[in-house]
Design a protein around this ligand. Structure first.
Ligand code: NAP
Length: 282
């Protein structure tokens, strides 16, 4: 039950139907008996600025921002946190009492926490890491990898100019490779990350040959619908250890929920079951 005083937040994206964020946040709202709601807000790119500017007018406490809006949203917010400025992309909006909009980015910490939780072993920082993609999420992934002390990050993106912008944002340990070298980029790497939407429900799979990838390399996909993307299935089949993207979604959601609803949610084991639709309510 929500009352007239309910605290409202949501997630802005295009498309948005794949998102599991409403299930996650509404589960926490129910668990902590908070008078609030969290809704999907489907917004086409040309309407993004109007949609974000409407949030304070409509009384929203904030929102998440997802594909493909994270970088444009960074240029719309009134103020950006240091984490958002570092990657020039936002995934979390917080509305101040005076109606101004703060943009934050929690994808980096979500990515690190998910890897740490999923692997329970230390990564070899000396071995090259391959990141596929150069969008808003990839920037956060690269920032996280630099924080983890990874010494060589190979970025492979369809539009090389977009990947080259990474050299401006991050000055060290970055090696940009053209899309044609995707398969070759895997040589002697210890960690492979898909940070594109390829493999996501209703999208084509990532077309990659894993032959050059060492068998002891870890493969992770930040796409979480489906949970086991074609990339993760192929990696698993040849014996690579995998980490799926669902944990990143859960971990990145914590700071936003805490700011909007003034309660820090705990990450419990049953959350994955809830998000996968195997447990529908509390
Ligand atoms: P984005 O800013 O739109 O960037 C998309 C990236 O994918 C770009 O590098 C783009 O390359 C590449 N790409 C798209 N279609 C492609 C294709 N057909 N062939 C080759 N490359 C293609 O999106 P984003 O915000 O970074 O999100 C990327 C994915 O990560 C989404 O699926 C999103 O749902 C997921 N994500 C998951 C989490 C989580 O919590 N698990 C968090 C954030 C994001 P170009 O530069 O050439 O266009």
């Amino acid at each position: 039950m929500i009352s007239g005083k309910a605290i409202i937040a949501g997630v802005i994206g295009w498309p948005i139907k794949h998102t599991l964020s409403p299930i996650l946040h509404n589960y926490w709202l129910k668990l902590y008996k908070i008078d609030g709601a969290y809704i999907p807000i489907e917004t086409q790119p040309e309407n993004l600025e109007k949609a974000i500017r409407s949030l304070p007018l409509l009384g929203f406490a904030g929102a998440n921002v997802t594909i493909p809006h994270k970088e444009i949203a960074y240029n719309i917010v009134d103020e950006a946190t240091e984490k958002a400025r570092r990657v020039e992309a936002v995934n979390t909006l917080i509305i101040r009492e005076n109606g101004s909009i703060i943009g934050d980015n929690t994808d980096s910490s979500g990515f690190i926490d998910n890897l740490r939780f999923g692997l329970q072993t230390k990564l070899d920082q000396k071995r090259p890491t391959v990141v596929i993609g150069a969008g808003g999420a990839a920037r956060s992934v690269v920032a996280a990898l630099l924080d983890m002390g990874m010494e060589e990050i190979r970025i492979v993106n369809r539009t090389i100019e977009k990947a080259q912008q990474f050299s401006r944002v991050f000055s060290q340990n970055i090696n940009i490779l053209p899309w044609q070298q995707l398969d070759k980029s895997l040589e002697n790497s210890g960690l492979l990350i898909n940070a594109t939407p390829l493999g996501m429900q209703n999208r084509p799979p990532l077309d990659i040959d894993l032959k050059a990838l060492p068998k002891d390399a870890i493969v992770t996909d930040i796409v979480y619908t489906p949970l086991k993307t074609p990339l993760l299935k192929a990696a698993l089949k040849r014996g690579n250890k995998i980490v799926d993207g669902l944990g990143m979604l859960i971990h990145q959601a914590v700071p936003g929920f805490t700011a909007w609803y003034k309660t820090e949610p705990h990450i419990t084991k049953d959350l994955r079951t809830v998000l996968l639709g195997k447990k529908s309510s509390i």
